[in-house]
Design a protein around this ligand. Structure first.
Ligand SMILES: [Zn+2]
Length: 270
């Protein structure tokens, strides 16, 4: 299996150093939507989808104003997953499966561009995103316009195997695992991929800044604020960050960990 690391949605929030941890306070910061494209023996698999064509062309329909003001997405069609897939010489229809860390708008935006793909995610996340009468944060984070076309949902219960001390892990495709990391949302997961003799864990939004996995964790204040504001269950989110630090400490020789929005982690692998 081969993995491509793609940025499927640049964001330029204000705050400079308060977001990036370095440089000027006055410059806009840079965040990415880190998406994996996996070449497998039978088809392509996307891990997360970033923003899609519909979001870029008609942002008013799916990207709520409150989120756009905070995140300031660049909205470049060339960055969407479908255009990235095509730029690599593939067709959108070659993508047979999508595996989602969660259904936040900046992760599920591309679903409409791959309408025939199976969409794997935790059953808990699908229930949280689609329950009727959503209010507050949930209305902003889960715009149902991104999946009104009726994706081929493949929800997975968090009961399954162990993986480096994480439990409830499900294999959704050969060598592609859904690893429950609940907290940022009610059903947030990581996605672990076996690449030769190493594992790559896409930890989604379970942490926002690479320094959070250091032995002495640190995070720029604006990202700490954003994580707190968007968290569904604080205790679970913080406990999972502890477990991720332990994973890096104990198994860093066999597992690489990336997240969704840190541009430095993306560049390290791209
Ligand atoms: Zn996100």
């Amino acid at each position: 299996m081969k993995a491509h690391h793609l940025n499927c949605g640049t964001m330029r929030p204000f705050g400079g150093r308060l977001v990036t941890g370095e440089g000027s306070y006055l410059r806009a910061a840079e965040l990415v939507c880190h998406v994996l494209l996996l070449e497998t023996d039978d088809g392509l698999v996307l891990v997360d989808t970033g923003l899609g064509l519909g979001d870029v062309r008609r942002p008013d329909e799916t990207l709520m104003r409150r989120w756009r003001l905070m995140s300031r997405p660049v909205l470049d069609e060339a960055e969407t997953a479908v255009r990235r897939v095509e730029a690599l010489g593939f067709a959108a229809s070659d993508v047979t499966d999508v595996v989602l860390t969660h259904l936040d708008l900046d992760h599920g935006g591309g679903l409409r561009d791959f309408p025939n793909a199976r969409v794997h995610l935790s059953a808990e996340e699908l229930a949280a995103a689609t329950r009727p009468g959503r209010t507050g944060n949930d209305r902003v984070r889960y715009p149902d316009g991104q999946w009104r076309h009726g994706p081929r949902w493949a929800p997975h219960e968090a009961t399954g195997d162990e993986w480096f001390g994480f439990s409830g892990v499900r294999e959704v495709r050969p060598d592609v695992l859904l690893v429950p990391l609940f907290g940022h949302t009610l059903g947030h997961t990581g996605v672990a991929v076996r690449l030769g003799d190493r594992w790559l864990l896409h930890a989604g939004d379970s942490f926002f800044f690479r320094g959070e996995l250091d032995p002495r964790p640190h995070c720029p204040p604006a990202l700490t604020y954003m994580q707190g504001r968007m968290e569904a269950v604080r205790e679970l989110r913080l406990a999972n960050q502890d477990r991720l630090r332990e994973l890096v400490r104990e198994h860093g020789d066999s597992v690489d960990v990336v997240n969704a929005h840190d541009p430095v982690l993306l560049r390290r692998h791209a």
